[in-house]
Design a protein around this ligand. Structure first.
Ligand code: HEC
Length: 137
């Protein structure tokens, strides 16, 4: 009988610790989603301020100055990226987009119409890449 009680107690302890673990995970997930929301918002804000004039509000390469640009800015929705900036035989990876934004297409043999944004922080550039991925959908 005492043996049975011990098992029940162990079982109860197991349930309590499992629900504590679940609670901690839920709190962590909530904290994470709260953190990631402003990142996307700042990507959108940066995009609208710095990029939409050429790439268009929806990223279709149809911004107001697009007609003036000799080489049309890329339509992000087509997912046809040109530059392989880190020589991994793949164009349009997150690293490639970040490099093109930071150093400008001209640094990779492309158009100098798009200026480099070397003053943006790595975090700002990462949030822009996240926003471009959203525009691709
Ligand atoms: C003055 C116009 C202009 C502005 C402003 C501009 N771009 Fe561009 N962008 C271009 C042009 C033109 C190209 C095509 C370059 C080429 O093919 O040589 C391009 C290409 C790109 C590409 C495609 C790279 C690839 O591998 O094909 C990305 C990504 C990009 N721009 C992101 C941005 C972001 C993010 C911003 C804002 C921080 C921005 N651009 C601002 C004109 C602009």
């Amino acid at each position: 009988m005492s043996c049975h009680r011990k098992t029940v107690r162990q079982w109860t302890r197991g349930v309590v610790s499992a629900s504590l673990t679940a609670l901690v995970m839920m709190l962590a997930a909530a904290a994470y989603s709260q953190q990631s929301a402003p990142v996307q918002t700042s990507g959108q804000t940066l995009y609208e301020g710095l990029c939409a004039s050429c790439h268009g509000p929806e990223g279709h390469g149809d911004g107001v100055v697009a007609d003036d640009v000799l080489l049309r800015p890329r339509d992000f929705a087509l997912n046809a990226f040109k530059f392989d900036t880190d020589a991994d035989w793949e164009t349009g990876t997150d690293a490639d987009l970040a490099n093109v934004i930071k150093y400008g297409p001209a640094a990779y043999g492309g158009s100098s119409r798009m200026p480099p944004w070397e003053t943006l922080s790595g975090e700002d550039i990462a949030s822009l890449v996240v926003y471009i991925r959203q525009l691709q959908q």
